[in-house]
Design a binder for this molecule. Sequence first.
Ligand code: GDP
Ligand code: MG
Length: 162
Amino acid sequence: PLPVVAVVGRPNVGKSTLVNRILGRREAVVEDVPGVTRDRVTYEASWRGRRFTLVDTGGWDPDATGMALRIAEHAQIAAELADVILFVVDATVGITDSDEAVSGVLRRSGKPIVLAANKVDDQRAELEANALWSLGLGEPHPVSALHGRASGDLLDVVLDAL
Ligand code: GDP
Ligand code: MG
C-alpha cells in the first residue's frame, strides 16, 4: 500500500483547494476509503516520482452544534490512518479554538506533522505565518493553495517526513 498523507484542519482553511493543487487537473478520484463516510476522500497523488495516497477530510456542517468536538474527532480518525499529517491553518485568520483543539489531537497521535500556513498569497502575508509557531508544532510552512505559491516547497517537506 502507498504511504498516506492526510490533510487535516478546521473547515474553510483551504484543505480541498490544497488537495486539488497537489493533484493537478488530470488526477482522478481513486476510491473512497471503505467503511468510512464521505468525510474522508482519498486520491492517488505523486510528487517527484513518489506516489502516495492523499486524504482530504471535511464535510462538516459549519452550523452543527458541537462542531469543535466533531472536528477534533475527525482529526483523530484522520491522524490514525495517516503516515504523515498535513495540518492546514489559515494564516490570514490566525489560530482559532478549533485549530488549537485539532493541534492537540494531532500532537497526541505521535504522527509526523507538517504545518501548512495557507492563504499566504504574497510576501507580505508571510509575516502572518510566523504567528503559527505558537501552536508548538514546529515551523509553519507558508503556502497559497489558491495561487500555487510555495506548494512545491511544501510537498518537498511532506515527502521528507514520509
Ligand atoms: P476546506 O473547507 O478547508 O476544504 O477549504 P476550501 O478548500 O473549500 O477553501 C475555502 C475557501 O478558502 C475557498 O473560498 C477557497 O477559494 C479559499 N482559499 C483556499 N486556499 C486559499 C489561498 O491560498 N488563498 C486565498 N486567498 N484563499 C484560499
Ligand atoms: Mg474541503
